[in-house]
Design a protein around this ligand. Structure first.
Ligand code: GTP
Length: 381
């Protein structure tokens, strides 16, 4: 049997996602109409023999998280549990701390995923790759290719092209190392814990040999040491992948998931019908949203619960969060409109398509005829 673990972080994480992550735990932020985490969970639930999904983080258990877990369990018919770390233990420390719970029932292997990635989650392909490559390794890292400049922002992997073994792993290198980057999605056998438990010489030095509280960074502390020891393999995906770090990257991720819905959830995509707004490209509309038929939405628009959209409104490349109101003839482009915000009549709210912060407003209001253009100089993609 198999299990899946999702690292959801905690309140001090996701700083680049503020102010949106002040209102809702970042893993529950809606991307393409459903909480970011739901995409991971739906992919896990498709894997045969998947017995349990464990969320590990340092959020205090809260109503929102509990509601999400119980509705996802019911809908997808798979047990889901939340295990809370007493402090941020790092990307390797949490799984090590809860290793007994992860290994209970004797899983042959388990997936580990960062919550803030957007992916097609080729889990079954990773599993096949793992099985084809024999017994010796204890982990498969999902990798994708990036250009030379982008690669510096990620964990970079050098592989043996014939065997797919990881020869070197460098987290966010300062000069070019490899165009294969770490996707934050892994498949491990229980043997990985034997390597997480033994501190590397670097870690001993950092902690003066003392048994400090166990912050373990999977990438820097474990992968870097295991690389070159035939213990890690890389499986390269051609499918879509991106990180969700900033608000702008959530819009990009929404676009990717909306496109994927054509195969996985066509019922989530709005269609053009008499008496409904004009839909261009991929659009998600929550069934409780109230939209004037003269509005034009899309491409890449997600409209949340209880949103009201007036006549003549134009929305493109945007996420409209629940309770927001877009008054008549306003125009919203490349933006996220915060929960319960109002955009006044004829107002224009516009972010730049390739930049980092098309944001604005958690419960701000734009008055009638206002014009806001958001810009930023850093490219996110
Ligand atoms: P930054 O560039 O600093 O954001 O680093 P990163 O992009 O490599 O991300 P980071 O390693 O901080 O986090 C990767 C994933 O692991 C995210 O989904 C985090 O929420 C999660 N994560 C990070 N640290 C912890 C931790 O201490 N505990 C848990 N449970 N999850 C964590």
């Amino acid at each position: 049997m198999l299990k899946a673990i999702i690292l959801i972080g905690g309140p001090q994480k996701g700083t680049r996602f503020r102010p949106l992550s002040f209102e809702v735990p970042k893993p529950l932020f809606p991307v393409a109409g459903v909480p970011m985490l739901q995409h991971h969970i739906e992919a896990c639930a498709q894997v045969p023999d998947m017995k349990e999904i464990i969320l590990i983080g340092f959020y205090q258990p809260n109503d929102e998280l509990n509601r999400f877990i119980s509705s996802a369990q019911q809908e997808l018919k798979i047990p889901i549990r939340y295990l809370q770390e007493f402090a941020a233990l790092g990307t390797g420390g949490g799984i090590y701390h809860f290793r007994d719970q992860i290994l209970s029932g004797g899983p042959a292997a388990f997936f580990l995923m960062n919550a803030d990635v957007c992916s097609e989650f080729p889990l079954q392909e990773m599993l096949r790759f793992h099985r084809q490559h024999g017994e010796n390794h204890c982990g498969v890292l999902l990798g994708t290719t990036a250009n030379r400049t982008q690669s510096l922002n990620y964990g970079c992997i050098v592989e043996n092209h014939e065997t797919n073994e990881v020869l070197h792993f460098v987290e966010k290198p300062s000069t070019f190392v490899s165009d294969i980057i770490n996707c934050g999605i892994y498949l491990f056998t229980p043997d990985i814990f034997g390597h997480i438990g033994t501190p590397s010489p670097d870690m001993e030095e950092l902690t003066n040999g003392k048994q400090m509280h166990e912050v373990i960074r999977l990438e820097q502390d474990i992968f870097t040491t295991l690389a070159g020891q035939k213990k890690l393999l890389v499986y390269k995906t051609q499918h879509f992948w991106s990180q969700i770090k900033s608000a702008g990257s959530a819009i990009y991720a929404s676009r990717l998931y909306l496109k994927q819905y054509h195969q996985t959830h066509p019922e989530r995509l709005a269609t053009n019908q008499d008496g409904t707004p004009k839909i261009i490209g991929d659009v998600y509309i929550h069934p409780t949203a109230n939209i004037d038929p003269s509005a034009v939405l899309g491409p890449n628009v997600s409209v949340g619960k209880g949103v009201t959209i007036g006549g003549g409104v134009r929305v493109r490349e945007s996420i409209i969060l629940h309770g927001a109101m877009l008054q008549d003839h306003c125009c919203v482009l490349n933006s996220i409109v915060g929960w319960d915000s109002t955009v006044g009549k004829w107002a224009r709210v516009e972010g730049t398509p390739t930049a980092i912060t098309p944001v604005f407003s958690v419960t701000w209001s734009f008055r009638n005829h206002s014009y806001m253009l958001f810009w930023c100089s850093r490219n996110i993609f």
